[in-house]
Design a protein. Structure first.
Lengths: 497, 245
């Protein structure tokens, strides 16, 4: 083996390392935390290695089994996939550090958190790497089962019923997706994304339309796009804090990523009606999610509804990108990255406040600012990114999308984006305001380990710094498939109605 | 159709409709307009899918020719096994991981309640003595047969899982000594062997992940299937028991 690992070895490591770590953690539950932290660090390092490889040498293909498409499966690491893997690694390391402290005294939870979380990481990286529609289905199932099991980890009745609902929705979404894959295989005789993209123009139109319809419906359900968001708040609101963080930050992004891949790489831009419908649902999600977030009395539910709203922004890029405006995609992806980091930070701070006061009722936060200054700073910084204030990553994403909306004179979408920002400011300040005012009753207090405060703060700081790294991330997003496709996406409008 | 307990003549007329609808919802009943619209929606979905399927050409383009052309290099002669364990081995590896996740997930929720509870009847007491060895034998045969005819690790593993369920039902639980890491290792053996060999062959000169060298393919596939069969059997029986030991 060469001294410097090749791209194949990096790609192998980002999937197989967390897998091996999960098995080890399950075999040795007493050492799970130490093993898990080590594996998390190694996986993040491998992700960095793969990312640098893509930056230096462009898109990396790994032919699994040496067969190649259409017979075998291919991994494809391009700018889009390594960017999402890098976000997963950043959130993953912070959540791992947090979880090591969070689950220190809970033996059962600790013994099962680590294998399930590392398996979830395996599934996420496998999903971001795969260039094969059927293999993507398998990774979706893996992700869904791991995520649902993690949701139930709290063991309370609310957590288990939220997890069961989540599991059913997740399986339904995957099966819809699988139905679409079956139709596409029947029409094209292949499930490799590049080969399907080449064939789909000549395939029978009703079959393609039905396939696109069911695949999008399934993935919208999994991404919790309004009105399919009903399962998200109970699942994300009742899971343990580190689990809520990865569910909101990473798992919904994975199915959105897959939607984007289908839209850009398979459909070459999709159709006008579908894009407008997705944009409309996205706009409705922004308003509905923000209003409901504002009305929540529990912090974790507020953060969960804020996720429903933020997901809406990603979908508003579909109509904006129709006119060939690749800045809209970059904006949506930037928002997705910033949301991943900021929302993970928010859920981690919610975990701190909940552990500290024994509850997460917003009205009784009781001067948390004096006792947990780092946690409150983290929450506020994450809130800055969620609101979209400069210089955060959320600001850049929203700015790019707003610019695209004004350029195309889509004032309706622009108004929704601005309104969503104002509502986000309202619900963030609602929490921060209560943290500054004394509550009537005094509460029991528990000490919060430093690791739990600092991991949340670091994530929030990274979400802010993301706003300053646009010159680095923009070119990264353009590497490989999306580069040509992002700009061609609009030009090919109407290829598939 | 009037569900039991449906309050038709409820006093307050003004709110009567909402009241009964809310009451129906509280009891987990779906109002009839919603049922009708769900039925219509499903009918439309079915109609659309039927149209889509009818629009497909037959015979459909597929990969059977590509599989047939390269099956000689796969180490096995049955096309399904060649696809599952060689051409698309990575899918199968992840499927095995899905089974492991299912088991860890079930274990994380609670402890096993045991299978039968009561003392087994005479049939259950004596039948496993007769059946279990035969089923193990049949599983071994299915595994071996998978190389050239229908069969393989999943079929053999389900049979082994059946043996486990039978033993559990007949009140023959696993000895306590095996309930710790040996059971966990057995459940994960398939993934461990599969992933270790898959990553190992990538280090061979000119190798790729999960790319079995044609000369060694048969031996590699057989050892993976053997380990996978054991794990599938253990996992299915563990899922039946319903929780961690």
């Amino acid at each position: 083996m060469a001294l410097a690992p090749s791209s194949i070895e990096w790609a192998l490591a980002v999937v197989f390392l967390p897998l091996a770590g999960a098995l080890l953690c399950f075999l040795a539950p007493r050492r799970a935390a130490a093993l898990g932290l080590t594996i998390a660090a190694l996986t993040a390092a491998s992700t960095l290695g793969l990312t640098l490889e893509v930056v230096v040498a462009g898109t990396q293909r790994t032919v699994l089994g040496g067969w190649g498409a259409p017979l075998g499966i291919v991994w494809l690491a391009d700018g889009l996939s390594v960017t999402l893997m890098a976000m997963t690694a950043a959130v993953g390391v912070a959540v791992s550090v947090y979880a090591a402290a969070y689950f220190r005294d809970e033996h059962t939870e600790r013994a099962f958190f680590w294998p399930l979380w590392l398996l979830l990481w395996t599934a996420l990286n496998a999903l971001f790497l795969s260039a094969d529609l059927f293999n993507l289905y398998v990774t979706l199932e893996l992700m869904g089962f791991a995520a649902a099991s993690l949701t139930a980890l709290g063991g309370s009745a609310a957590a288990v019923s939220g997890a069961i609902r989540y599991l059913l929705v997740s399986v339904l979404g995957s099966l819809f997706y699988l139905l679409g894959v079956a139709l596409i295989y029947h029409a094209c005789g292949t499930v490799d994304i590049a080969l399907v993209a080449a064939c789909i123009g000549d395939a029978p139109r009703p079959a393609v339309q039905a396939a696109v319809g069911v695949m999008f419906a399934g993935l919208m359900l999994k991404t919790a796009l309004f009105p399919f968001h009903f399962w998200l708040p109970p699942a994300h609101g009742s899971a343990p804090a580190p689990v809520s963080a990865v569910l909101s930050a990473l798992v919904v992004k994975a199915s959105f990523y897959l939607l984007l891949r289908l839209w850009i790489d398979v459909l070459g831009g999709g159709g006008r009606w579908l894009a407008e419908l997705l944009g409309l649902l996205g706009a409705a999600a922004v308003i509905w999610g923000s209003v409901l977030a504002l009305r929540q009395e529990r912090l974790k539910l507020l953060i969960a509804y804020s996720t429903v709203a933020q997901i809406g922004y990603f979908f508003m890029a579909f109509p904006l990108a129709l006119a060939g405006d690749s800045a809209a995609w970059t904006g949506a992806l930037y928002l997705a990255l910033a949301h991943g980091l900021a929302k993970a930070a928010m859920f981690l701070t919610a975990g701190n406040l909940m552990r500290f006061g024994g509850h997460d009722r917003i009205a009784e936060l009781d001067r948390a600012v004096h006792r947990l200054p780092l946690t409150l700073t983290a929450f506020t910084l994450a809130g800055v990114s969620i609101m979209g204030l400069p210089p955060s990553g959320g600001f850049i994403g929203k700015w790019l999308m707003l610019e695209a909306a004004f350029r195309q004179e889509r004032f309706g979408l622009a108004v929704v984006m601005l309104l969503g920002g104002a509502l986000a400011a309202a619900y963030v300040f609602k929490v921060v305001g209560h943290a500054f005012t004394p509550a009537v009753r005094s509460r029991r207090e528990r000490k919060i380990p430093a690791a739990m405060e600092w991991s949340a703060l670091l994530l929030a700081v990274v979400a802010i710094l993301l706003g300053l790294t646009l010159p680095m991330i923009w070119p990264l997003l353009q590497i490989g498939g999306p580069a040509a496709a992002l700009s061609a996406a609009g030009a090919a409008t109407g290829a598939v109605a | 159709m009037t569900p039991p307990g449906y309050r038709q003549g409820d006093g307050r007329n003004a709110g009567g409709q909402a009241e009964t609808a809310a009451g129906a919802r509280a009891r987990g009943q779906i109002p009839s307009w919603a049922r009708a619209s769900i039925a219509l929606l499903l009918l439309a979905l079915f109609g659309g899918l039927a149209l889509a399927v009818l629009s497909l050409s037959s015979p459909a383009p597929g990969l059977s020719e590509a599989v047939a052309a390269r099956i000689g290099e796969s180490g096995v002669s049955h096309p399904v096994t060649a696809v599952l364990l060689n051409f698309r081995a990575y899918d199968t590896l992840l499927e095995l991981v899905v089974l492991v996740v299912a088991m860890i997930g079930a274990w994380s929720v609670g402890t096993a309640r045991g299978c039968g509870g009561d003392t087994p009847g005479p049939l259950l007491r004596h039948l496993p003595r007769l059946l279990a060895p035969l089923m193990v034998l049949a599983a071994g045969y299915l595994l071996w047969a998978g190389a050239h005819s229908p069969g393989g690790a999943f079929q053999a593993g389900s049979l082994l899982g059946g043996v486990g369920i039978l033993l559990c039902l007949s009140g023959r639980p696993l000895p306590d000594g095996l309930l710790g890491w040996p059971l966990r290792l057995a459940a994960m053996l398939g993934v461990i062997v599969f992933a270790a060999l898959g990553a190992g062959v990538a280090a061979l000169p000119g190798g790729s992940p999960l790319g079995w060298p044609p000369d060694a393919a048969k031996a590699l596939i057989l050892s993976i299937e053997l380990a996978a069969m054991l794990s599938i059997g253990f996992i299915l029986a563990a899922l039946f028991a319903g929780g961690r030991p």
